[in-house]
Design a protein around this ligand. Structure first.
Ligand SMILES: *Cc1c(COP(=O)(O)O)cnc(C)c1O
Length: 377
């Protein structure tokens, strides 16, 4: 049986032609017409004034934090339930992450806990210099309360929208609610350039500064003059060509992922102990990954037993992200919250969710998941 991957790349029809064009015109460099066009097309898609194409989502978050001046002693509030790349760049700059728990309604940060965290520090405490809300698994954070709290307490928002390209919050794209937002085109994301990222912002100073830092921070001069530390973080013109093709099919990819989710819900949603990740009322979830939680007593199997059963039929499932406050590298940092993120981790599972899944692929997953229930119950 061919392997069913969790979230494999799914090329459209124009990517190869764009790459060929880059070859034909010899723009095989981290600069060129596809980079410019990809940025313009992406900015228009998400509704931001500027977009800067970078080598990864991690690089984009790093430069967003650096542009904002995060440094030693600065506290940055960040979602607890996420991938480590939401947090590592805070440490690159010597900042101190503080983790905040999820709410069950969206699996994203709980605005009530954010308010508690801000209020506790408002009276002479060390207020957060930034907040990095993460839009998880294709679902947007409830941004309205977050935006007003951050305005009230003077905390800058930098959104990690790496998993939520194509999603909406009250009709708008994530990534455009704060000083900057970041996206990822890693191989497993909803669209991919094999690897790549994008920073979006309405601030022209931020866009200019990020572009400069991403290209070794060269000053305006005929020779090589440098007055700040730079990085080599620009996206290749070849990969930007892939990105342009992928952006054209993004909306189709969202529809396809949502159809995969719907097929899973139709087939498995009534089994005892199965609960799918909710779709929050404020937006459209792309269902980048179909996630569910199991009540092992009611279902008759643990998430790990289901994962192994899928592995046995060559289908790739994964646990939900392990919360940052439980990670060995981050266990000594402050965590605000309770047991929501740890419970979602303990009982959660992400099913194969690719937009190119066939009905037979979905049936293989569904039958296997259902069989773990019948075998044990
Ligand atoms: C994938 C991802 C990133 C990092 O993106 P890369 O392009 O892989 O560097 C950051 N945050 C989250 C939540 C992600 O899922």
């Amino acid at each position: 049986m061919p392997r069913i991957f969790l979230s494999p790349p799914h090329m459209g029809t124009d990517e190869a032609a764009f790459v060929t064009e880059a070859f034909d015109t010899n723009w095989v460099a981290p600069v060129g017409p596809h980079v410019d066009a990809f940025e313009a097309e992406f900015a228009e898609y998400v509704g931001a004034k500027h977009a800067v194409a970078l080598s990864s989502g991690t690089a984009a978050l790093h430069l967003a934090l650096r542009d904002h001046g995060i440094g030693p002693g600065d506290k940055v509030l960040v979602s607890d339930l996420t991938f480590c790349a939401s947090v590592n760049p805070i440490l690159y700059e010597g900042g101190t992450p503080v983790f905040v728990d999820s709410e069950r309604e969206s699996w994203n940060v709980d605005p009530n806990l954010v308010e508690d965290a801000f209020r506790a520090r408002a009276s002479g405490g060390n207020q957060f210099k930034a907040f990095v809300p993460v839009h998880l698994y294709g679902q947007t954070v409830d941004m309205d309360p977050i935006v007003s709290l951050c305005e009230q307490y003077g905390v800058t928002i930098i959104e990690d929208a790496a998993e939520a390209l194509g999603a909406t919050y009250k009709g708008k794209s994530p990534g455009i609610f704060g000083r900057a937002g970041i996206f990822s085109f890693n191989g497993n994301k909803i669209i991919t350039t094999s690897g790549g990222g994008m920073l979006v912002t309405d601030r022209s100073e931020t866009a200019q500064h990020v572009k400069k830092m991403a290209t070794q921070a060269r000053d305006q001069a005929p020779h090589y003059e440098h007055s700040e530390i730079g990085f080599n973080y620009r996206l290749s013109n070849l990969l930007a060509g892939v990105g342009r093709g992928q952006l054209r099919v993004l909306d189709e990819r969202v529809d396809a992922r949502r159809a995969v989710f719907d097929a899973y819900v139709d087939a498995l949603g009534d089994l005892p102990g199965v609960e799918f990740m909710p779709e929050a009322p404020w937006g459209r979830n792309t269902r980048w990954l179909t996630c569910l939680t199991l009540q092992p007593d009611a279902f008759g199997a643990t998430p790990e037993e289901v994962r192994l059963a899928l592995e046995a039929v060559n289908a790739e499932a994964r646990p939900v992200w392990k919360p940052m406050h439980l990670q060995p590298i981050y266990k000594d940092y402050e965590f605000i919250g309770g047991d929501v993120s740890s419970d979602l981790f303990a009982r959660g599972l992400c099913l194969p969710s690719g937009s190119s899944m066939s009905p037979a692929d979905i049936a293989r997953v569904v039958d296997t998941v259902a069989s773990t229930h019948h075998a044990i119950a």
